[in-house]
Design a protein around this ligand. Sequence first.
Ligand SMILES: Nc1ncnc2c1ncn2[C@@H]1O[C@H](COP(=O)(O)OP(=O)(O)O)[C@@H](O)[C@H]1O
Ligand SMILES: [Mg+2]
Length: 255
Amino acid sequence: MTETPILKAENLCKRFGGVQAVYEAGIEVARGSITGLIGPNGAGKTTFFNLLCHFIPPDRGRVYFDGYPIEKKPPHAIARLGMVRTFQVPRVLSRLTVLENMLLGAPHQTGEKFWNVWLQGRRIAREERQLKEQAREFLASVGLEGMKDQYAGSLSGGQRKLLELARTLMTQPKLILLDEPAAGVNPALMENICNYIQTWNKDGISFLIIEHNMDVIMSLCSHIWVLAEGRNLADGTPHEIMHNDRVLEAYLGRD
Ligand SMILES: Nc1ncnc2c1ncn2[C@@H]1O[C@H](COP(=O)(O)OP(=O)(O)O)[C@@H](O)[C@H]1O
Ligand SMILES: [Mg+2]
């Protein structure tokens, strides 16, 4: 018996007006793996991510997280179950500090409910201290601890990527979806990001990564899925994908 994949999607479809961005596409992410999702520009990768996390609703198709259907759940509920994502262009709130941005990543806290606020003030204060402590630890793990009180707006593009990465940890995720984590970052930072991903993966977090940098994909991923024109083109080991003629053709744009 094979283990239930941490993430499985089947027959996902999404049309924008005249554009069939994703058609009958699926994926499986093995528990504990670092899985890649590649494909030429416009292949539908980002849309596919949005469907998996329900940032946009699919026209059709199923998504199972940890064996459990989630395609009707809103993104915050999916995040609570343990699946979070980053964006191709990092989304951080410029007018909040780095630490405040981290705290926004934290899931529901006791303080959210009125009765809890009223009855459990001390507990909330303790919880907040623990969250801040946790946030500082995660910031330290990506080398941003010294910037915790700066406005996120003052960070460089690379630092924003790191902040967004660190923030995903605040939900104690089982699976992190990364949309082009290496895009626009310098080689040294790219190497750091790869190291963080590998470290967190060893700690038990699974990853699904969209990335154009083939060195990054080939060195990190145990399994790769290929999308082209919104459809599944192939999946396999890095070696199989590298030697797949159809994949090569899709990238070269031949028909
Ligand atoms: N919100 C949207 N409205 C209309 N068309 C979109 C939207 N998002 C994506 N598309 C179109 O869907 C296709 C797939 O885009 P995308 O998912 O961004 O591809 P990729 O991430 O692989 O580059 C493209 O043709 C793109 O123009
Ligand atoms: Mg994209």
